[in-house]
Design a protein around this ligand. Structure first.
Ligand code: HEM
Ligand code: HEM
Length: 186
């Protein structure tokens, strides 16, 4: 009985109305605005960037950037592949893989900061955003699975926006990371 209900609910989620062009344009504008706000907020980190770079930073940068690319591909699967049978499987697998790689990159950052800078937390915007992103890549997949187990439509909406915000924050922090590197190398 429970299985049947879950299956019907899953089908309802997959069968939703396609977005109109106006709706998509509004969403894209919201996405860009959100990114701009995050980028401006994170620009504040540049003056306080460390002058000493912990040597393993390229491993950290590579892992989180790969995580971003995989999560972004997962988002594209939902937005543009919904006419294919496998979109949900692709989204789920890419999302879980991307979250795992990002968390590995996050763990690398915490360890490198602990070993080379002697603290668990560098008090700057990049680290605040980084810890927020780590929480988001755990919370978003939980919401992703939850939307099939509850009839509350808000979960689905919160999952979509949590996913979009995660992507935007990651892009912002990747740019912020390069700002730290360039200001330290000068
Ligand atoms: C989504 C992307 C990213 C996330 C989630 C992230 C996360 C973090 C976190 C949480 C820390 C601080 C760890 C602590 O205080 O314990 C950190 C430090 C650092 N990250 Fe990232 N990072 C990202 C992208 C990048 C990129 C692309 C680069 C380089 C190009 C970079 C370079 C650094 C460096 C050099 C540090 C240590 C020194 C410092 O904070 O001044 N990060 N990162
Ligand atoms: C970090 C992991 C995840 C991220 C970043 C993420 C991101 C997203 C985003 C951005 C969307 C909306 C796409 C759009 O229309 O703009 C979405 C939709 C969706 N996600 Fe995820 N997701 C993640 C994990 C999961 C997981 C584990 C599941 C479970 C199967 C899932 C199921 C779904 C479903 C069913 C939708 C479509 C909802 C709808 O059409 O309204 N997601 N996700």
């Amino acid at each position: 009985m429970h299985n049947l209900e879950t299956k019907n609910h899953r089908i309802r989620i997959l069968d939703h109305e396609p977005l109109t062009a106006k709706c998509r344009a509004l969403e894209a504008t919201g996405f860009v605005l959100l990114w701009a706000v995050c980028a401006i907020a994170s620009a504040a980190e540049t003056p306080v960037a460390q002058k000493y770079l912990p040597p393993p930073w390229p491993y950290h940068a590579l892992l989180v950037s790969t995580g971003f690319v995989v999560l972004f591909a997962g988002m594209l699967a939902v937005r543009y592949m919904k006419n294919k049978r496998w979109w949900l499987k692709a989204h789920q697998s890419l999302a879980l893989l991307g979250a795992f790689i990002t968390l590995a990159g996050f763990a690398t950052a915490v360890f490198m900061v602990r070993i080379y800078l002697g603290t668990f937390f560098v008090n700057e915007m990049h680290a605040f955003l980084g810890f927020t992103i780590a929480a988001m890549v755990v919370l978003t997949p939980i919401l992703g699975f939850m939307q099939f187990r509850t009839k509350d439509k808000r979960v689905r909406l919160i999952h979509r926006w949590a996913g979009r915000i995660t992507i935007v924050l990651m892009l912002t922090n990747i740019i912020g990371g390069w700002l730290i590197i360039s200001s330290s190398i000068e």
